[in-house]
Design a protein around this ligand. Structure first.
Ligand code: CP
Length: 292
């Protein structure tokens, strides 16, 4: 595996290998990276979890993390993504982790770039490292994906998490459903009422409303969205025994999920963040082991 760009590019075997390695790291195994690789994290969109988690994972697998501040980089003077990455490669980078607002920004890096490219989120496209940590979280809980009812709720059409997870989970045997306002279903068939999905879901995966990607703001009041599509305390009580709540975060409390549920027994929201470090260690090991 040279790059990690989209879940669509991974075989089921590659996905399961990364999950196995993530589990091994959680169990205390040491990474098999042969030398100290140089890695830079290029975040052209805001991030708390993904950027910090990648940096922690890079250090744990023995990489040297070279600071890069996108907000003070020459991208602001018009330098292209290709020229930025080529420049960092010439300086000595073995891998770059990139988040950018353009869908599939990585297409311009497929030719002429030798350093590994890890997509940390492209616009409303894909978020493969989030998907892998989500899959790791689900497999730890249920031991399998087969026949699980997984309901993804919220701003589906603008969500790279929804798209990355939907295809991967379906390929691995889960029954993925969507719940959202009609305008946010995009190409997906979706339910528009909790009644259709609440009581038989094994996983309820909530999404943040991606206001920054909306051309026209949907006219929901905060309470309006919560009442219609949020996971309320009353709805949580009707969830199936053993069912879990996930959210890639950042969470808007009392919008997509009731404040009191964020750390309830069913919630895996903060465990997802912790699992993200193991999943990203596994991604880095898999990619860097293949390099000279
Ligand atoms: N889940 C996620 O991508 O969070 P950040 O935007 O904080 O990285």
């Amino acid at each position: 595996m040279k790059n990690l760009l989209s879940m669509e590019h991974l075989t089921n075997e590659e996905i399961l290998h990364i999950l196995d390695r993530a589990q091994a790291f959680e169990n205390g195994e040491q990474p098999q990276v042969v030398r100290s690789y140089n890695v830079a994290n290029l975040f052209f969109e805001p991030s708390t979890r993904t950027k910090t988690s990648f940096e922690m994972a890079e250090r744990r697998v023995g990489c040297t993390v070279i600071p890069f501040d996108a907000g003070f980089s020459s991208a602001l003077k018009g330098e292209t993504m290709y020229d930025t990455v080529k420049t960092l490669e010439m300086i000595g980078m073995d891998a770059v982790v990139i988040r950018a607002k353009e869908d599939e920004y990585y297409n311009e890096l497929l030719e002429g770039i030798d350093c590994a490219v890890i997509n940390a989120g492209d616009g409303a496209g894909q978020h493969p490292s989030q998907s892998l940590l989500d899959l790791f979280t689900i497999r730890k809980e249920f031991g399998t994906f087969k026949n699980l009812n997984i309901t993804i709720v919220g701003d589906i059409t603008h969500s790279r998490v929804a798209k990355s997870n939907a295809s991967a989970l379906t390929r691995l045997g889960a029954n993925v459903r969507f719940l959202c306002p009609e305008e946010w279903a995009g190409d997906f068939e979706a339910a528009h009422s909790w009644e259709d999905v609440l009581e038989d879901s094994d996983v309820i995966m909530l999404l943040r409303i991606q206001h920054e990607r909306h051309a026209v703001s949907k006219n929901f009041s905060k309470d309006g969205y919560h009442d219609e599509f949020g996971l309320t305390a009353e709805r949580e009580k009707r969830m199936k025994t053993g069912a879990i709540i996930m959210h890639p975060a950042p969470v808007n409390r009392d919008v997509e999920i009731a404040d009191e549920l964020v750390e309830c027994e069913r919630s895996r929201i903060f465990q997802q963040v912790r699992n993200g470090v193991y999943a990203r260690m596994a991604i880095l090991e898999t990619i860097l082991k293949g390099r000279k």
